[in-house]
Design a binder for this molecule. Structure first.
Ligand SMILES: [Zn+2]
Length: 322
């Protein structure tokens, strides 16, 4: 049947009918809200390149996390801003680091909020790299022990899900092994399996104070041009024991999310990163884009591509709109 018998516009005539035939749904339960925790008390310091995102001390973070949960968002992703940094990133596996203290306080104060902790050394090393460094090289194997120690320290403090973002080879297995040996066999691993070396991380570097002192992250993160390589990363991480896999960034890599959705039954997360967020917020402030509208459209696109979970700085604002 063709026009005039078939008229596609019949099912678009009003919002009620559009809602009946809508294929992709977005709800606060799909979101995870990333948050940055620093030492001190009473701190809520805005990150200038990421408007309306803050460095929180543990006390203010707990209050904010309460409002996140009240919006129906199931969990938060925690990044730490430590007091001190050194070449080994030793503040990353300090049981009294900001992430560990935040986990303990959140577990004590708030019920049923999933605490996901980022595991990588770049926020904690003086050189800003994701692992131990020798000359200009980021060392893989010696870094695994430190990442595993960091993961265990988070789990002991109350982290519900461990999320390694470092992109070292073998880190999921190293983390799974140390968690299982220490009684945390029920703690899932959300692996940043498919993490591209992206310019969209720019604002995050300010947020996490983690810009590398020399070089870049291209020797461990993926080349933005590659998609077959994502299949290998994903297969390796599943074999090593990952429970959920992530694609990062999200918006520029929707084809990768779709391809993985069709190839693997494992839950998929996608991270709408700082640059995706800040670009839309900036255009909204200039009056060039209708921010609430493109916010929902960008998140719907990520869901439509096949993501089960979206990590997004829009989590709170989008939840208010839905
Ligand atoms: Zn890193």
């Amino acid at each position: 049947m063709t026009y005039p018998v078939t008229r596609m516009r019949r099912l678009r005539m009003n919002e009620t009918i559009r809602r009946m035939v809508r294929e992709t749904h977005l709800s606060p339960s799909h979101f995870i809200y990333p948050m940055f925790v620093c030492p001190g008390t009473g701190i809520k310091k805005e990150i200038s390149s990421m408007p309306d995102n803050y460095h929180w001390s543990v006390d203010t973070l707990v209050e904010e996390a309460r409002s996140v949960k009240a919006l129906g968002i199931p969990g938060i992703l925690l990044f730490g801003i430590p007091k001190g940094k050194d070449e080994q990133g030793s503040s990353a596996y300090d049981d009294h680091g900001p992430v560990q203290e935040a986990c303990r306080a959140l577990k004590r104060e708030i019920k049923d909020l999933m605490l996901i902790t980022d595991v990588c050394l770049c926020e904690y090393t003086s050189h800003g790299h994701c692992g131990l460094v020798q000359g200009e090289e980021i060392l893989n194997d010696p870094t695994l022990d430190l990442l595993a120690k960091m993961a265990l320290s988070h789990a002991k403090a109350g982290a519900d899900i461990i999320a390694p973002s470092d992109m070292m080879d073998g880190r999921v297995a190293a983390i799974r092994t140390i968690l299982d040996r220490n009684g945390y066999s029920n703690t899932p691993i959300l692996s940043y399996a498919v993490k591209y070396a992206s310019g969209y991380y720019g604002p995050f570097r300010e947020a996490a104070e983690s810009a590398p002192a020399f070089g870049d992250r291209r020797s461990h993160q993926m080349d933005p041009a590659n998609v077959r390589e994502a299949i290998r990363e994903v297969e390796l991480d599943i074999d090593e024991g990952a429970d959920i896999l992530m694609v990062k960034p999200a918006g520029p890599y929707l084809d990768v999310i779709r391809m993985l959705r069709e190839r693997t039954p494992i839950p998929l997360a996608a991270y709408q990163v700082s640059g995706e967020y800040s670009a839309l917020v900036a255009a909204g402030r200039l009056g060039w884009l209708d921010l609430p509208r493109v916010m929902i459209e960008s998140l719907t696109g990520i869901r439509r591509a096949g993501a089960d979970i979206i990590l997004t700085y829009f989590a709170k604002e989008a939840s208010k709109l839905l």
